[in-house]
Design a protein around this ligand. Structure first.
Ligand code: UDP
Length: 339
């Protein structure tokens, strides 16, 4: 098949003349999701046209990077001669593409990566049942966030720190991760961009002695941090999120990333985490009231690196999940629709 993958087009915060690529240069969850899906489609022998990420270096001759990042340019390409070869459009842009502006009859589906209702719910696939329920839907397909093991490093020997990797925001639970680490008597390495300075200041005020803020990481540094950690902390909280609804962790890219590196996950029950964390770690309550015994017991009882990686490959391997999408592409081509 010839598949047009549309990522959410975003400019690099540090250089507005460039786009975030696939895979991304640093923090960017959706771009990693698209990267893993693209790898999976290539492994299945499909051809990919990538929109929304100009400047991406194509992973193989089967990938065409379309020079369209602006929303109007993406619509123009999808309505132009280049798109006539495309069998199906798989849209990860979370509302940048308007499906009603596509040519009549073009096979289309989207994947939702935000919290709340998708802007265009027609033919939308969700990353978890919790995310789908929050969108008021109980029929749409659910496909988990995949991971390509070749892009990650497995390590069986771990260092003694816990890791927080992501945007340092209230709903992502960085503060609760710091509280958990302090209770467990572990250092917490906090990696990721910080756009809410008051929030970061509060973490540093309360956990100065146990938190190590290293900023946004990419490339080898990111893989090294993930693969050496005793555990990844993903303590998302049911607090008001960035899109005007209470946060419901949609798919959590870092869970499958950590697990494939053999790093177990300590997660809250928020959103998708209640569904995916038990396979590769332990779920702890929301909030920051962890006792020393509880936190130490959780860390001591985490599954080992080999078991965690095996579970990740069994459930979230990029080729297995690309096959799930391949089946949905066939359904859409056969005329199936859902809202
Ligand atoms: N990430 C990164 N560098 C950082 C922080 C995060 O590359 O400094 C990546 C991380 O590996 C993951 C993504 O950004 O792929 C965050 O995605 P996730 O779904 O966990 O969170 P969200 O998209 O909700 O912020």
């Amino acid at each position: 098949m010839r598949v047009a993958l549309v990522t959410m087009a975003l400019r690099l915060p540090t250089d507005q003349s460039r786009w975030i690529t696939v895979p991304p240069q640093g923090y960017a969850g959706i771009h990693w999701v698209v990267s893993n899906q693209l790898d999976g489609l290539l492994a299945l022998g499909h051809e990919v046209f990538l929109l929304g990420a100009p400047g991406t270096v194509p992973a193989s001759p089967a990938v065409t990077v379309v020079d369209a990042g602006e929303i109007e340019d993406m619509h123009a390409w999808l309505n132009g001669p280049g798109a006539s070869a495309v069998d199906v459009v798989h849209d990860f842009s979370c509302g940048q593409i308007d499906p009603d502006r596509l040519p009549e009859g073009m096979a289309y589906l989207s994947t939702h990566h935000l919290t709340g209702r998708p802007k265009y719910p027609r033919n939308c696939v969700y990353a978890s049942y919790a995310q789908r329920a929050q969108a008021g839907n109980d029929v749409a397909p659910v496909v988990r966030i995949s991971v390509n093991p070749a892009r990650y490093t497995f390590r069986a020997e771990k260092d003694d720190y816990l890791l927080y990797l992501g945007r340092i925001s209230e709903w992502k639970g960085a503060y609760q991760a710091a509280a958990f680490a302090a209770a467990a008597g572990r250092r917490l390495v906090v990696a990721g961009p910080s756009w809410e300075e008051d929030y970061l200041a509060r973490i540093l005020r309360d956990f100065r002695d146990t938190v190590d803020v290293v900023g946004e990481v990419g490339a080898e540094r990111r893989l090294d941090l993930i693969s050496r950690a005793t555990a990844m902390t993903v303590l998302s909280q049911s607090t008001m999120g960035p899109w005007g609804v209470v946060w419901c962790e949609p798919g959590s890219t870092v869970v499958s990333e950590a697990a494939v590196c053999g790093t177990p996950v300590i997660g809250s029950p928020n959103g998708c985490l209640a569904e995916i964390v038990p396979h590769v770690g332990t779920v702890v309550p929301e909030g920051s009231a962890f006792t020393r015994e509880q936190a130490r017991g959780v860390v001591a009882g985490l599954p080992g690196p080999h078991a965690v990686r095996a579970a990740a490959l069994e459930q979230w391997d990029h080729v297995v999940l690309a096959k799930e999408f391949e089946a949905i592409y066939h359904d859409v081509l056969a005329g199936r629709t859902w809202t």
